[in-house]
Write a new protein. Structure first.
Length: 180
């Protein structure tokens, strides 16, 4: 793999991490506001706490988004964006996030000497992460599918394809046109 391909993939991982971090932060704000308005949070909880919670979720979302981007690069290498189902992609993102976050938190707790994460903590973190991961994955794919025609389709419609000639051949095969 050439240097341009490595930097392009790295840029994709970082870009996906930023998008997921923003999406998870926004989801956390919505959930916090809903719980606060419904009276499900202690009275001592103030609205400024939502900023701290959103920042924590944004950080976790960016880590999961980077990992998800690496997994997508392996599983969907060379496939066109238009051929990928947003629902299946969202389910995959939800599963990955729902499994990764409790595992990551448990490993971090064990390394710091705090012991295992409680079952309640695993279920809560896993379910929220699965929900946020599914939303972020599906939304990021739909965003990419929408942006692909605006950016000219071309090689940007191919996932993980760093070689322009290979991308053009793959694009022609996808359209069932002979290569000229």
């Amino acid at each position: 793999m050439n240097t341009d391909g490595i930097f392009r993939r790295l840029r994709g991982v970082v870009g996906n991490a930023v998008v997921w971090g923003a999406a998870w932060s926004a989801c956390a704000l919505v959930v916090f506001a809903g719980l606060k308005v419904a009276g499900q949070l202690p009275a001592s909880t103030i609205w400024l706490d939502s900023i701290l919670i959103a920042a924590r979720f944004g950080f976790a979302g960016s880590i999961v988004g980077g990992v998800f981007s690496l997994v997508v690069g392996l599983l969907y290498h060379g496939r066109r964006l238009s051929d990928i189902s947003a629902v299946r992609f969202g389910i995959g993102g939800g599963l990955l996030a729902g499994l990764f976050v409790p595992t990551f938190l448990t490993a971090a707790r064990l390394l710091s000497g705090d012991g295992f994460l409680t079952l309640e903590g695993i279920l809560l973190n896993g379910s929220l992460s699965a929900l946020f991961g599914g939303v972020a994955a599906g939304a990021s794919l739909k965003l990419a599918q929408h942006a692909d025609p605006l950016l000219g389709g071309g090689t940007s419609g191919m996932l993980g394809s760093g070689d322009r000639l290979a991308s053009a051949v793959g694009e022609d095969r996808a359209r069932r046109q002979p290569v000229r």
